[in-house]
Design a protein around this ligand. Sequence first.
Ligand code: UFG
Length: 309
Amino acid sequence: MQGDLCKVDDIQKVFKLYRFEAVIHFAGLKAVGESVSKPLRYYSNNLVSTINLMEVMSKNNCKNLVFSSSATVYGQPESVPCTEDYPLHVTNPYGRTKLINEDIMRDVHHADPEWKIVLLRYFNPVGSHPSGEIGEDPMDYPNNLMPFVQQVAVGRKEVLTVFGQDYPTRDGTGIRDYIHVMDLASGHTKALDKLFTTPDIGCAVYNLGTGKGTTVLEMVAAFVKASGKEIPLKYAGRRPGDCREVYAATEKAEKELGWRAKFGIADMCRDQWNWAKKNPYGYRGHQELEVHAQKFIKSEPLSNRHWAL
Ligand code: UFG
């Protein structure tokens, strides 16, 4: 079943069909650069969808929610690792939609303490399902590091541009906390367990990261090792808005959710390469992708606000 969270009727239809105990809300637009050029699209899509969903949940007396927030709400933290109580500071409309959504949820819980909410702040998700059947397939230009590396490895792009080589880090490139998507997934099931077993959880927030920082060049080297493919590099200046170094403090999730990441960057790259080599053109074949690319150039970018059941 498919629908659009920006249409209240679509959500109501689903709530008529099933009785839900809880909802995990993942839907949203997520390209930082696009959010700067199209802020209204981001505010409209990412906020209206949440408000509609919470209204329908409330009417149907379903008040357990897990929300996909982001480490982007920390901005460039003054020190690392980032703990959940760090000051929040965003630098672009996408990040602001995550922070406003968090604020909406804190306010809703404050007004009606029957709501139980877990906000999960994702660090940098990477990798694929180990089967190689489910993976990331950007509809348009791959903005994130590893989808771009993957497209270089399968020959769809010629060279990876490394943004910035003069950061005060061990090799001059930016540091992030890359987390395997399977670990991220298990973090959600732990969050649901926590909601169902903790009557006074309120509106709680947890980082989902590994607690380890990896540079861009270390990540590329790990992918080269996993794939046996060469990844040609060229260097450019720093990408506007990029932070030097961000990684998670993981103690709160370990202690309160009983969750910690199991996989390292070698596992992430192995599984991502498995997906890439089986599906070099993602979910669509090469020709379909060409047709899509032509349509895409002529039309509005596809929305990812649709969800499926
Ligand atoms: N990078 C490159 N070349 C590229 C793409 C990225 O060198 O082609 C570098 C970036 O400069 C950065 C690192 O790789 O140093 C990671 O960049 P990503 O774009 O993959 O990820 P970001 O950390 O910028 O942002 C991601 C998500 C956001 C989320 C944030 C949370 O895109 O949605 O993580 O920290 F908010």
